[in-house]
Design a protein around this ligand. Structure first.
Ligand code: SF4
Length: 200
């Protein structure tokens, strides 16, 4: 069975789905079956809530001040399990709960989801990846096409209505001038931009 809870670089993560509407050129999934303590992050089928709870029960989160939902897939593809697992961790631990997302949850779930997500998570980190819809298509190759970039901006704005802890990120595989353009976008949105180092 694939790992649901894993650690990497001194942090703890939850891998609750392998589904993702993107195929990012820099995606870590292309580099191997596992990351950090996880030998295998590929589920035969996505875990049930019971399996996720069992994995949470088997791990001692008390050594960590933050847990992040981020694995070999987009967590909001398993929205019900995501929210339920978040609530379950919160019922057991005083810990900051973070979501790393591609920001396409509304398109994935075919409804507005920002409020529900923001009411449960302490930090929402949204991948911006590129400064324009066209460049986003090139780097993240989403199944939803050219509308995806505007949806991410809309999702970010909506999240900001419900929480102050919204961040965006880019990976340093894009040119510096694109990173600068991304920073203009995040400045305008009033959110912090994190430039993540590409790891292979
Ligand atoms: S959104 Fe995340 S999981 Fe999906 S392809 Fe891009 S980097 Fe990989």
């Amino acid at each position: 069975m694939a790992d649901i809870v894993y650690t990497y670089g001194g942090k703890v993560y939850l891998n609750i789905t392998n589904k993702c509407p993107c195929n990012c050129t820099f995606c870590i999934r292309a580099n191997g079956d596992g990351v950090g303590s996880a030998e295998n992050l590929w589920h035969k089928s996505d875990p049930t809530l019971e399996e996720i709870k069992k994995a949470i029960d088997s791990f001692d989160f008390s050594q960590y001040d933050e847990v992040t939902f981020c694995g070999y897939g987009e967590p909001t593809y398993a929205l019900d399990n995501l929210i339920a697992a978040c609530k379950y961790i919160r019922s057991k631990y005083k810990i900051c709960i973070r979501l790393n997302t591609n920001g396409l949850s509304d398109l994935i779930n075919k409804r507005e989801t920002a409020r529900e997500i923001c009411e449960n998570f302490d930090v929402i980190s949204i991948s911006l990846n590129a400064p324009t819809p066209e460049k986003y298509l090139e780097i993240s190759r989403p199944v939803f096409g050219i509308q995806s970039f505007d949806e991410i901006i809309k999702f970010t704005k909506t999240c900001k209505k419900y929480t102050n802890c919204v961040k965006m990120s880019v990976v340093d595989v894009i040119p510096q001038e694109d990173i600068d353009e991304c920073r203009k976008i995040t400045d305008k949105l009033g959110v912090e931009l994190r430039v993540r180092e590409y790891t292979d």
